[in-house]
Design a protein. Structure first.
Length: 590
C-alpha cells in the first residue's frame, strides 16, 4: 500500500533520560469529586459538559472542568474548578487541582496567592512550595529559599527537583565557597542521567573555575548520539573560551549528523566559525534553577505525557520568563492536546532574537493550519521563506501542509522551490524528492514521479518508504513486477511491523498470481493495521482467489465500515453482489 504520510525530517529532540514517579493532577475519583448530593446530571448518562451546563451544584462545574482538562483547555478547566470551589470551599483535593491548573495556565499572581494559602494550611503540595521558593529566589532571598526547601519531603517529581533548586540556592549565597556545598547537595539527590554532571560543571564555570568545569562536563556528555541542546551549548561555550574553537566546531558538526539541522546548532556553528565564544545557557543561580526545572519537564513529557510536564515548564518560565526552550515545550504540549490557541500563545512568547524564534514560528504556522486559519498559516510560511532565503524548512512545511490538504500541484511547487535552494542534494534530502514524487503521482505525472522516487533512492538506497511507494506503484500499474517484488521484500525486511508495507508485498504476490502467498502476507498486514479499509479490501480479494468466498465477503463488508475512499465504494459493493470475475488482469486500484 502506498504510504502518503511523510515524516517531518526535523531533528530529534533529545531529553534527559530520567525514570520518574509522576504525581498527576488529582484523579477523577469519588475522593476528589466535590461533595454534593445532587447527581441528577449523571443519571442522564449523556450530560452536556459545554460552557453553561446547568447543574445547580459544584458537581456540574467539576465535570465540565474535567472535560476541559481532558481536552487540554487548562485555562477553561481552571475557570470551572474555581466556580466549583466557591460552592464547595472545604474540598482540599479540588483546591490542589485548581492550584495546579492555575499554575499550568501561567497565571502566576493567582497561583502565588493559592500557594501561600495552601502552605499556610500545611497542605502537602510540593509544587506550591516550589513556586514560593522560586518567588524568594527571584527577590534575591536565597537564604529564605534554602530554608523553605528544608521543610519539603523529597518524594515524587518534586523530590527529584529539590536537590537541584537547593544546590543553586546554596551557590547563590556564596559563589566562591558555595559551589562546593552546592555540588555536595546535588549528590544527595537522585542521579538523573547527565543532568547532575551538567549542573555541577555549570556551577564551577559560573564561579570562575572554567578549567575544572570543562572536564566535568566532558565526562557527563553522551559518548555517542545526540546530546541535550543546552548541555551542548554549555560545552561549546567552555571550549571556545579556552581557545578550542575547532574542537567545538567538530562536536557541533557531528551533532548535525546525528540529529539533523536545528536552529540552535546552526547559530552555534556560525558563532564558532566567526571565532567568537557562544554564551553559556544561563549565567546565574536563578537560570540554573530554571534549567533544572526544564530538564524535569522535558523528562516528564517524554515519560508520562503533558499534565505535570506543563506545570514544571511553567515553574521554569516563572524563574526565567525569557526561557525560550520552556515556551517551545509548552507550545508543543498544547499542540499535542489540540489546544492550538494556547500553543500559538506559547510560541509567540519567544523573542525574535532567540535562536528558537524561527522554529517557533514554523510551529505556529502548523497550529494556525490546524485551526483552519490556513490563509494565515501560508502567509506566515511565505514570510519566513522570504526572510531566510538560504533555508528550506518553511517551504518544506508549506509543501507538507498543502499535500495534507490534497493541494498536490501547489505542494509540488513548494517542494520544487525548496529543491532549488539546496544546490547539490545530500542523503538527508531524500525526503524532498520522495514528497515531490507523491505530488507528481497524485497529479497523474508518472514519469516525473518515477524520476523523483528513483533519485530519492540514489540519495538513500535503503529507504523503506520510498521502496514501498515506488514498488507498490509499479505493481499497481503492472510494471517491473519482479523488480518491485524485490524492492518490497527489502522494505519489509527493514520495517517488518509496518502493516502498509506488508500489504504492498502481499499485493505484488496477488498481481503475480501467487494467491496463497498473497493471503499469508495480507493476513499479517490486517493484523498490523486492522482499521485500514484498503488492506481489508485486498485481503478479501485474495481470499476470493483461493476459494474462501465467505471470508472474502466478510473482509469486503468490513472494508465498507472503515470509511474507504469514495471512488472505491462502488467497486467493493459490486464485489459483494457479484464476487470477482474469473482470473484476468485486475484493474488498477489503490
Amino acid at each position: 500500500m502506498r504510504r502518503l504520510l511523510l515524516a517531518n525530517p526535523s531533528g530529534r529532540r533529545t531529553r534527559f533520560a530520567v525514570a520518574l514517579v509522576v504525581v498527576a493532577f488529582a484523579a477523577c475519583s469519588a475522593q476528589t469529586a466535590p461533595r454534593s448530593s445532587n447527581v441528577a446530571g449523571l443519571a442522564t448518562g449523556g450530560v452536556s459538559l459545554e460552557a453553561g451546563a446547568s447543574v445547580n451544584s459544584s458537581l456540574g462545574d467539576y465535570l465540565a472542568g474535567n472535560f476541559a482538562l481532558e481536552s487540554g483547555l487548562l485555562a477553561e478547566a481552571a475557570g470551572y474548578f474555581e466556580r466549583a470551589l466557591v460552592k464547595d470551599p472545604d474540598n482540599p483535593d479540588l483546591r490542589r487541582q485548581l492550584f495546579l491548573l492555575i499554575l499550568a495556565s501561567g497565571r502566576y499572581d493567582t497561583a502565588l496567592e493559592h500557594a501561600g494559602a495552601l502552605v499556610a494550611e500545611d497542605a502537602e503540595i510540593a509544587e506550591a512550595q516550589l513556586l514560593l521558593t522560586l518567588d524568594d529566589a527571584r527577590a534575591g532571598r536565597f537564604g529564605d529559599a534554602h530554608r523553605r526547601l528544608q521543610a519539603m519531603t523529597e518524594d515524587g517529581v518534586a523530590g527529584l527537583t529539590v536537590p537541584f533548586i537547593d544546590a543553586w540556592a546554596l551557590f547563590a549565597q556564596d559563589r566562591g565557597a558555595g559551589v562546593d556545598d552546592a555540588r555536595v547537595r546535588l549528590d544527595q539527590g537522585e542521579q538523573l542521567g547527565p543532568l547532575n554532571g551538567y549542573h555541577k560543571a555549570m556551577m564551577l564555570d559560573l564561579s570562575g573555575r572554567l578549567e575544572q568545569a570543562e572536564p566535568v562536563l566532558s565526562g557527563a556528555m553522551p559518548e555517542s548520539g545526540p546530546a541535550p541542546l543546552r548541555m551542548l551549548r554549555a560545552y561549546a561555550s567552555m571550549l571556545a573560551r579556552q581557545g578550542r574553537h575547532q574542537e567545538a566546531i567538530e562536536i557541533i558538526r557531528q551533532q548535525l549528523v546525528d540529529r539533523g539541522e536545528q536552529p540552535e546548532l546552526a547559530d552555534l556553528m556560525t558563532t564558532l566559525k566567526d571565532g567568537r565564544s557562544p554564551p553559556p545557557p544561563f549565567d546565574d543561580a536563578l537560570g540554573g534553577m530554571a534549567d533544572a526545572l526544564l530538564g524535569i519537564a522535558e523528562a516528564l513529557h517524554q515519560e508520562q505525557g503533558n499534565r505535570m510536564a506543563v506545570v514544571y515548564a511553567r515553574l521554569a518560565m516563572f524563574a526565567r520568563p525569557d526561557l525560550a526552550e520552556a515556551a517551545l515545550l509548552i507550545g508543543d504540549m498544547m499542540a499535542e492536546q489540540e489546544n492550538f490557541e494556547a500553543a500559538i500563545e506559547a510560541y509567540q512568547a519567544i523573542a525574535p532574537d532567540s535562536p528558537l524564534w524561527f522554529l517557533a514560528e514554523l510551529r505556529r504556522g502548523g497550529a494556525l493550519h490546524d485551526l483552519e486559519r490556513k490563509d494565515e498559516a501560508f502567509d506566515l510560511l511565505e514570510r519566513l521563506a522570504a526572510a531566510e532565503p538560504d533555508r528550506i524548512d518553511a517551504l518544506v512545511q508549506m509543501g507538507d501542509l498543502l499535500r495534507h490538504d490534497d493541494r498536490f500541484e501547489e505542494s509540488e511547487k513548494a517542494y520544487s522551490r525548496a529543491i532549488e535552494r539546496i544546490g547539490e542534494p545530500g542523503p538527508e534530502h531524500w525526503t524532498l524528492f520522495y514528497a515531490r514524487g507523491i505530488d507528481y503521482e497524485r497529479t497523474k505525472r508518472w514519469p516525473e514521479a518515477e524520476k523523483d522516487f528513483l533519485y530519492a533512492l540514489e540519495l538513500e538506497p535503503e529507504q523503506p518508504f520510498v521502496l514501498n511507494y515506488l514498488g507498490y506503484s509499479w505493481v499497481d500499474m503492472g510494471m517491473h513486477l519482479d523488480r518491485a517484488k524485490g524492492m518490497l521484500y527489502r522494505a519489509v525486511e527493514l520495517r517488518p511491523d509496518d502493516g502498509f508495507i506488508v500489504d504492498s508485498l502481499g499485493w505484488v504476490h496477488y498481481r503475480l498470481g501467487d494467491y496463497d502467498a498473497a493471503v499469508e502476507q495480507l493476513e499479517r498486514a490486517v493484523e498490523l493495521e486492522p482499521g485500514d479499509p484498503v488492506i481489508n479490501d485486498h485481503l478479501g480479494d485474495a481470499y476470493w482467489r483461493v476459494g474462501r468466498q465467505r471470508e472474502a465477503r466478510y473482509q469486503w463488508r468490513r472494508a465498507l465500515t472503515l470509511e474507504p475512499e469514495e471512488n472505491t465504494v462502488a467497486d467493493i459493493e459490486e464485489k459483494l453482489r457479484q464476487g470477482l470475475p474469473k482470473r484476468h488482469e485486475e484493474p488498477s486500484r489503490t
